[in-house]
Design a protein around this ligand. Sequence first.
Ligand SMILES: Nc1ncnc2c1ncn2[C@@H]1O[C@H](COP(=O)(O)OP(=O)(O)OP(=O)(O)O)[C@@H](O)[C@H]1O
Ligand SMILES: [Mg+2]
Length: 436
Amino acid sequence: MLGGRFYFDVGKVLQIIEERFGSQAGFAKHSTLPTSTLSRILDNGYASAAIFRLLCSALGLPEDDLRCDASPAAAVPRPSARRQPGPAGVAPLCPELVVGRQHDFDELRRRLVRQPASDGDHTVQVVTAVRGIAGVGKTTLISQLPYEDDPALKSLRPVLFASVGKLSHNQAATRMTDILRSWGRALQIPGVENALIPDVRGSLAAHLAGKRPLILLDDVWDGEIARQLFVGNLKSVTVITTRDGDVASALSPRSGSVYSLNCLSHEASMDLLRHFALEAVEECPQGCAELADFLGGLPLALRVTGGLLRAATDRSDSVADVIESIRKYQRLLEARLPAGHLAGLDDIGPTVQAVLQRSTEDLTDIQRECFARLGTFPEEPAVFTIDTAALFLDLSVESLRSVLTELVIRGLLEQRDDKTFCIHTLMAMHARSLPG
Ligand SMILES: Nc1ncnc2c1ncn2[C@@H]1O[C@H](COP(=O)(O)OP(=O)(O)OP(=O)(O)O)[C@@H](O)[C@H]1O
Ligand SMILES: [Mg+2]
């Protein structure tokens, strides 16, 4: 047991559920466990004492039969059952966890599948924009699209995804060439390797003729640059994400084609906190509920706070003290820094900054140093393998693994599979802002 956690044999639980109850929903009903709690503890592989007892009694098993030992490394959320092999083309990584976005997903899906094969004048490609503030979950939302078990969405193939990013004029041509060539390679179109932008675009258009591709352009900052990636044909379904309302309207001028993604509801925020820090929420429900509101339902801030609270309960620190320390940071930041000049992180406010600063405060020296250096390492999209990071940091893979595990638990990195990790742009910026 670790910090009030009861680890259990997930495989055994899943087997019994399937044999005796047919489905997780059936078992949830029988056990009176909310389905969200059930799926969370199955993902985590542990539960609090109260929920663990409920689980054992609902399964009709003695507690000792289900208990197992687990190291903190094993407590990293397992890749969820949602993960499937990527669809053909260039797909984004499937999000590990998506909480409270059913309505937004349905709305987006509705717009995409009802989209006419082309605009009324048959000359303009239809583009849907998802617009929202930093860390609200735009990438997470659109990354679900290729993986849903939904015939209408599955018919949009191939998938062509690119994280475009903020580019200077000089960088833009190289980046566009790289993206277009990588799409050409993924579709096994010959001759794209040395071809220039117009030729690669031409080859892609010829290959996609008669198909209905799903083109996902994430993190767009400049509409003109993004337009170069509008390959395919008038039947293509193109979705862009951006923080910038003007970019969204310029690329998606049709009424109703800009979808504004807002922060999570209070209930979904609490679900997210519970997912990562169940014991903390049980220990201090009122404080966590106030914290969820204070964080304004921003998923990125909730994710990092969940990691912080979880680290606190692992060390048996007071949850209330951690919550107070975040608030203290926020008051300090508000008092000291003029709005818009927050240590170079212009797109986020003092609350999120407070969470980020507090989250790296009690890292060990080696954890902090690795995190700081990882902020300078991966290029966009910020995905890296443990092997390349070990080379870059001049560490053995074994010693780096324990550092990365802790950073993932803290919500500072995300883990996609055994070897692959990624760092969010805001986290990378925070990492680079850490004192050397
Ligand atoms: N609905 C959600 N459920 C759980 N976690 C989420 C959800 N939405 C976002 N997250 C997490 O919050 C973080 C930020 O999400 P994401 O990268 O999608 O934001 P974004 O809007 O694309 O930000 P940016 O503008 O910086 O690109 C990620 O770690 C992601 O895993
Ligand atoms: Mg994003």
